[in-house]
Design a binder for this molecule. Structure first.
Ligand SMILES: [Zn+2]
Ligand SMILES: [Zn+2]
Length: 777
């Protein structure tokens, strides 16, 4: 055995891949090397972190073990590969400048909530960053939203214009400091500033307030509405316990019924409002800080107008230092227990505002005041939204919107792609996705492309991601719908191979791929609208498929969509269509609709339905839920997408009824048809005989769940398959999902649901990329 003085001296080169830039990896390596008495260097380059260490062999081995085990909290290390190199005999360990050039593929990190260390400084009067709304360090702060290019360095962020003061410089250059190379590092003296303004943009001061944030808090406590610039865009805020303020915000925002999200001071406050299990609490407190939808408690201290008729509330915790200050100041101003409405800063369903001038203009009629700051937002990102569901085999997270905090974290493709891919996604809830090799990056939630600014964000977002991740697409995947702007954009890209992916196949593939599977599996894919391979509007589909292809093995019975697009906004039209289909005669106007739909309109549906041009056929499950909701008198006209189904689910939640409507399952040729006509007739006669709306809603949910589970079990049996994918926007319905998943699990089938991406159209782009990759092999 060698004595320590004779120990073998070695040098290794270490390549660390993963999300390792902008997370304090280099100072971590620096401290580790010093502790182990090693020399060498570390640097960021376009592939991640490259380092060399030299010294005693045992110390080098310990270093390699610890670099994985003790990594910084925000780092996501994918691989550490070490190879021996010749000893260089350097005398110390150094952090070298980033190298530029080459092809970047080092991941950019997502925005992260303020860490405990920064929070402690924020509220400590002796600290130089006491009450500084933009405090951050290598373990927290904005990332994706401020980044303009790679490598991730201050000049390629929106912080480039702020020159660090001497104190900030010292921290930035000291490897022992928590702010070593923290790119957004700043302080009162040198960094971004907040100000309070009126709609015209002029700064205002609130008498007695210590600063702009305190001023905003005092005005919120007075009942005013304040537009607040945050991390990824603007929120509109008001005191959630002030009924008058909430009603005013709702009226001004022209958001008739859609629930408002809440920001609460602490988990304890959240616990008074909603029921939170372990997973919900962990999600709330995570560095991603999503909005968590959870069952509301009776008697929670918020105004009724926050979420009228909704069995759930969306809550989140403060995630930027500015939010932490605001909530503390609101409390100090005597404003209840610290609950703010924090709804996205937009009018109705438009994309949220993220630039000061745009916000001052677009939100002028909604907000009384604006809390602004001068740190530009490069990429607009909405708050992410999730809920926890029991989708068979335990409680799991289901994302409903994946954006701030999660984007641009990469996902793995089960089949690596030989060619770089761009997948353009769908039309509503759009996201895009770029991929190369086995890695895919799904972009931030863009929204509905029909809004001009959303389409702009879509194009800019794609350019941005192609540069950030050095993806030069050779394959461009798109939906089959020729009218989608995302399809048109895809087809306009020249010099690439175009791959059309059927909408529901993309849903199926997205779910398989996020679980690392290639299939085949049975898929029950239920949503509102998707273009079928036959040009019809699909939406209640039973598929058997893998990543490469699919077969349509069943569908909901087709009905007319009276007035096409109008039928989506006016569910009462779908009630007419399904009644006509179920009764084999012109239906009379049901009692529940008498106050809301006049007789002439109702009668006119007969001739609208007779025109194939006005009323295409659809197998949409979303529209069936609309029809039954309208039949119950719920949301005959909607003010937001999916409202009728949401209200039907909410009604069912108020019932303990255990009965079930019978849906038929018919073999028609090679297609299995789900026939709900009997269920529609049962609902109608139950309502006529005075059965309550909640009971009817519960029976309908149970019926659809039962028929869906039977159909999936039957197909799985015939095809010899053991996995079932449940996806599509309709499966955001917790009651339906839990019932179908529970039955399938009891039948011994493996149930796959969306966990990394939403089951709605936000997941389509990843599915398209997975299909294009599999087909290219
Ligand atoms: Zn921090
Ligand atoms: Zn400074």
């Amino acid at each position: 055995m060698l004595s320590s003085t004779q120990a073998e001296r070695v040098r290794v080169r270490v390549r660390v891949r993963g999300t390792v830039q902008g997370v304090g990896f280099r100072p971590f390596a620096f401290r580790l090397a010093r502790e182990e008495g090693l020399t060498g260097f570390v640097l960021n380059d376009e592939h991640g972190v490259l380092l060399e260490v030299e010294g005693d062999i045992e110390a080098v081995q310990r270093f390699l073990m610890r670099i994985e085990r003790d990594r910084p909290p925000l780092a996501d290390v994918q691989s550490v590969v070490a190879e021996p190199v010749l000893a260089a005999g350097d005398d110390e360990f150094r952090i070298l400048e980033s190298t530029r050039g080459g092809v970047p593929d080092a991941p950019v990190t997502s925005d992260s909530a303020t860490c405990q260390d920064c929070l402690a400084e924020l509220f400590h009067p002796a600290e130089r960053r006491y009450r500084y709304p933009f405090i951050n360090c290598t373990n927290c702060g904005p990332r994706f939203t401020i980044i303009k290019g790679v490598p991730y360095d201050r000049p390629s962020t929106t912080m480039a214009a702020f020159e660090m003061c001497e104190d900030c410089q010292r921290e930035y250059h000291d490897p022992a400091d928590r702010r070593f190379h923290a790119q957004p590092n700043a302080c009162h003296r040198c960094g971004p500033r907040a100000r309070l303004a009126v709609a015209g943009g002029q700064t205002v001061y609130v008498p007695g307030a210590v600063d702009a944030v305190d001023g905003a808090a005092r005005r919120l406590a007075d009942g005013l509405i304040v537009a607040i610039k945050g991390v990824g865009g603007f929120h509109l805020a008001c005191d959630a316990t002030n009924a008058d303020a909430v009603a005013r915000l709702r009226a001004r925002k022209r958001r008739e019924d859609k629930p408002f999200a809440l920001m609460v001071a602490s988990i304890d406050v959240a616990l008074d409002l909603v029921e939170l299990g372990e997973q919900e609490q962990a999600a709330l407190a995570s560095t991603e800080r999503p909005i968590v939808l959870a069952r509301r408690r009776e008697g929670g201290a918020v105004a009724a107008a926050v979420a009228p008729g909704s069995p759930e509330l969306g809550v989140m915790l403060p995630y930027a230092p500015l939010h932490h200050l605001l909530l503390a100041d609101v409390l100090a101003a005597g404003c209840g227990v610290g609950i703010l409405v924090m709804t996205s800063g937009n009018l109705s369903d438009e994309p949220i505002a993220y630039e000061d001038e745009d916000a001052l203009e677009r939100l002028a009629r909604i907000a009384d005041l604006f809390l602004l700051h001068d740190r530009p937002i490069h990429s607009r990102t909405d708050d992410s939204v999730l809920r926890v569901v029991d989708s068979g085999g335990g409680r799991r997270i289901m994302p409903l919107r994946r954006s701030r905090g999660y984007v641009p974290r990469d996902l793995e493709l089960p089949v690596p792609t030989p060619e770089p891919i761009l997948a353009c996604g769908a039309e509503q809830k759009n996201t895009f996705c770029v991929a190369k090799g086995s890695r895919a990056w799904v972009g931030h939630h863009i929204g509905d492309l029909e809004h001009y600014s959303a389409f702009e964000a879509f194009r800019h977002g794609i350019d941005h991601f192609e540069r950030l991740f050095a993806v030069v697409p050779r394959v461009v995947a798109h939906d089959l719908h020729p009218g989608y702007l995302s399809t048109q954009y895809a087809l306009e890209r020249e010099g690439v191979e175009h791959v059309g992916v059927q909408h529901h196949h993309a849903h199926l593939a997205a779910c398989l791929a996020e679980h690392g599977l290639e299939g085949p599996a049975v898929g029950a894919v239920f949503d509102g609208t998707g273009y079928g391979t036959d040009g019809a509007i699909w939406g209640g589909e039973l598929l058997v498929g893998d990543l490469r292809g699919f077969e349509r093995v069943g569908a909901l019975r087709a009905v007319h969509l009276p007035g096409a697009g109008a039928a989506i906004r006016e569910p009462w039209r779908m009630a007419y269509a399904w009644l006509a289909e179920s009764l084999a005669e012109a239906p009379a106007r049901p009692a529940g609709l008498r106050d809301m739909v006049d007789e002439r309109q109702w009668e006119a549906m007969g001739s609208v339905m007779a025109s194939p041009a006005l009323s295409p056929q659809t197998t949409s499950m979303g529209r069936l839920f609309d029809a039954v909701a309208a039949l119950c008198g719920l949301a005959p006209r909607t003010s937001y997408e999916g409202q009728a189904a949401v209200e039907l689910e909410a009604a069912a939640a108020r019932s303990s009824d255990r009965e079930t409507y019978e849906l038929g399952l018919l073999e028609e040729g090679r297609l299995l048809t789900l026939d709900p006509r009997h269920a529609v007739r049962s609902a109608l006669s139950d309502l006529r005989s005075g059965v309550s709306v909640p009971a009817v809603a519960a029976r309908f949910h149970a019926g659809v769940a039962d028929a869906t589970a039977r159909a999936c079990t039957q197909v799985a049996g015939v095809r010899g398959l053991d996995s079932v994918v449940l996806s599509g926007g309709v499966f955001q319905n917790r009651r339906l999902l839990e019932a179908v998943a529970g039955t399938l699990e009891r039948e011994g089938l493996r149930v796959l649901t969306a966990q990394a991406l939403p089951p709605n159209d936000g997941g389509i782009s990843f599915g398209q990329a997975a299909v294009a990759a599999a087909r290219a092999c």
